[in-house]
Design a protein around this ligand. Structure first.
Ligand SMILES: *Cc1c(COP(=O)(O)O)cnc(C)c1O
Length: 646
């Protein structure tokens, strides 16, 4: 659908908008990857189980269910089967590649807890992942505690990364003693001595890994995690020192794993291949030094195609999961066969690609602000200000041939109006009328611009200035921190009315009223779009939208900006027969909860406010009965949701 066609449809000249047009307009087949599509009823549906795409769950049905249960928007939705599907896809793809190339080692995935630490997520990964011996990666003591409490499968690996103190190391050693396949990865040169000392003290032989500082530098946002200047890992000299120290202590047989992490969201397969090839060289050298090894841990980095463009753009990836797995197996095999060494167990730490798809942020639109809503009079009343007449002249005279000239005039008059207002020469009412005409001029220019080939530079993107603002019931700072902090793009679209043409162009604002609380960059196949096509909100009808692929990194990085807290969370699971159940429900923060987070004692607040109300009674401002009502409103406020409630 190009702009011209869209204009025709908007003007009612072409009346053939179908759900197929919506699919294209929002790119859902590209980023939905078979997990999301649009139904004939024009609603976004989830098809969470691979091979059973005929069974779907409408997000509108979920929203109805949520409302029936008395939960308010916004809601973070998790579709559990989708997480299971992603775990299967990753493990099956590696297993397929292993079979295809006759690789003589195994694949063992681990999920890095930091990507989404929520209990329901880890529970599902350890439960469903057990059939693949999928393990966990822990980067801190807290995460290790989660790992050893949740994992029941003795074959699943636990990888301990991160800066480790004595307590962390002791816990990992005890895990080894208990029979967990737990690896202590040395990230800092100084860690080894501490691990060996604690091992001797507790009488437990450590199972060691070493993190490599890889010199290949990958593109993408998180590229700094890899490369010579990366914060973690050992350089060549430090690795040699580690090997020598282990030899000296007679402990070289403890060294079983080599680890590196290039960074998250690596969009280019060439960087992934280069990283694997370099790591293989280190791995072989460590085996030749006499270390038993056996495990090669390639870290995370498997990207998510957020915009569906399948390119090496930072929010995309130019490879499939199958390609990723096949390339890794092939490169490892080629390198080890060359030296006739046994094939290691390959570990990857995919976080983003495992959990991104399975969460959707659902929200409603609270209000819309439009620039073209006000119409202008055809004739001005007697005695109208000169400026108003000038602007109206511009409005009536502007056409394709003179847009630049009249655009300049309009800007000049608008500045003049502001100046006159400052000097008290025109009234507020007059200024408002002038501005209404001004915005109508801009709208008209924007329409004219679409008709011409050579658009003056200044007028490119003029329609962006005219975009509607849709006010959304969520906080970007709480629910989409990466959208704000690093300009990450997520697919965003309405979840219903998709058999209607979206006739408006909009940017989104959240409810924080912070100037950063907005989204004005959207996914596109070729570039980044500045506006999103949306439907006109009908009076008295709710309009629901979703932000997709938000399962990775968004939940705990969020903050309490404006004291907007955690949203409600519901998990659904699709049954064998295609029906679905609400399996878990987590109520979001109440106002009392968020006040407690910032150290208020709500009892003290209540007492203080009650005192203020009592003083008002004493001073005769309110009656005792009114005090009762006011206190009731206060207390129900404290118990309420932090977002806009209906
Ligand atoms: C963050 C992190 C990961 C996860 O990376 P993804 O790109 O999300 O898969 C894996 N390993 C380590 C060491 C990490 O720090």
């Amino acid at each position: 659908m190009n702009e011209k066609e869209l204009a025709l449809i908007q003007n009612g000249k072409l009346n053939r908008w179908t759900v197929e047009n919506s699919k294209e307009a929002y790119g859902i087949p590209n980023w939905g990857k078979g997990f999301f599509t649009v139904s004939d009823r024009g609603e976004v549906v989830a098809t969470p189980i691979r091979g059973r795409e005929h069974q779907s769950i409408s997000l509108m049905d979920i929203i109805s269910g949520v409302k029936e249960r008395g939960l308010e928007m916004p809601v973070l939705l998790r579709i559990e089967n989708m997480l299971d599907s992603q775990l299967s896809i990753l493990n099956e793809s590696f297993n397929d590649a292993i079979r295809q190339f006759n690789y003589r080692g195994q694949y063992r995935g681990v999920y890095p807890i930091k990507v989404n630490q929520q209990q329901q997520v880890i529970e599902e990964i350890t439960r469903f992942g057990a059939s693949y011996h999928h393990g966990l990666e822990a980067g801190s003591k807290a995460e290790l505690i989660i790992a050893i409490s949740m994992i029941r499968d003795p074959e699943a690996c636990i990888i301990c990364n991160g800066y480790k103190d004595e307590k962390f190391i002791d816990l990992a050693l005890y895990a080894i003693k208990l029979g967990f396949k737990c690896f202590i990865v040395v990230e800092m040169p100084c860690e080894l001595e501490l691990v060996l000392r604690r091992g001797r003290k507790l009488g437990i032989t450590p199972r060691l890994g070493v993190r490599l500082k890889i010199s290949h530098k990958a593109g993408g946002h998180w590229a700094e995690s890899g490369g010579d200047r990366s914060l973690f890992g050992l350089n060549t000299t430090e690795i040699i020192a580690l090997v020598d120290m282990l030899k000296q202590e007679g402990m070289l047989e403890c060294l079983q794993l080599l680890h590196y992490h290039l960074g998250s969201q690596i969009p280019n397969i060439r960087d992934i291949r280069a990283g694997v090839a370099e790591a293989c060289r280190y791995y072989t050298e460590l085996v030749l030094e006499g270390a038993p090894m056996g495990y090669l841990d390639l870290g995370g980095g498997l990207a998510v195609d957020y915009d569906g463009s399948q390119t090496n753009f930072r929010c995309s990836r130019n490879y499939s999961v199958n390609e990723y797995c096949a390339d890794i197996i092939e490169i490892v095999m080629a390198n080890l066969d060359e030296k006739e060494l046994p094939h290691p167990t390959i570990i990857t730490e995919s976080g983003r690609a495992t959990v991104a798809h399975y969460s959707v942020l659902l929200f409603n639109i609270l209000d819309v602000s439009r620039f073209d809503a006000l119409s202008i009079p055809e004739k001005l009343p007697e005695g109208s200000h000169e400026m108003m007449r000038n602007l109206l002249d511009v409005y009536t005279s502007v056409n394709t041939k003179n847009i630049q000239e009249y655009y300049n005039d309009a800007l000049y008059y608008k500045d003049e109006v502001q100046r006159l207002f400052r000097h008290g020469e025109i009234s507020l009412r007059e200024r408002s009328q002038c501005e209404t005409i001004f915005w109508n001029i801009i709208s008209k220019i924007a329409r004219e611009v679409k008709k011409i080939k050579q658009v003056p530079v200044e007028l490119e993107g003029i329609d962006i200035a005219l975009a509607d603002i849709y006010y959304c019931n969520f906080s970007i700072f709480q629910s989409l921190p990466d959208s704000w902090a690093i300009d990450q793009l997520f697919p965003i679209m309405p979840v219903h009315r998709l058999n209607e043409c979206p006739t408006r162009r909009a940017i989104l604002a959240d409810i924080t009223c912070d100037s950063d609380g907005k989204i004005d960059r959207f996914i596109d196949l070729h570039d980044v779009r500045s506006t999103l096509p949306l439907h006109e909100v009908k009076p008295g009808e709710e309009y629901f939208m979703g932000v997709f692929l938000v399962g990775a990194y968004q939940e705990t990085l969020g903050d309490l900006h404006n004291l907007l807290g955690d949203t409600n969370i519901v998990s659904v699971r699709m049954n064998e027969d295609g029906s679905f159940d609400f399996v878990r429900e987590l109520e979001g923060d109440s106002i009392a909860d968020v006040l407690t987070y910032v150290e208020y004692d709500t009892k003290v607040l209540l007492t203080q406010f009650r005192q203020a109300a009592e003083n008002a009674v004493r001073e005769g401002k309110i009656t005792g009965a009114e005090r009762h009502k006011i206190m009731h409103a206060y207390e129900s406020g404290l118990r309420g949701y932090t977002y806009y409630e209906k």
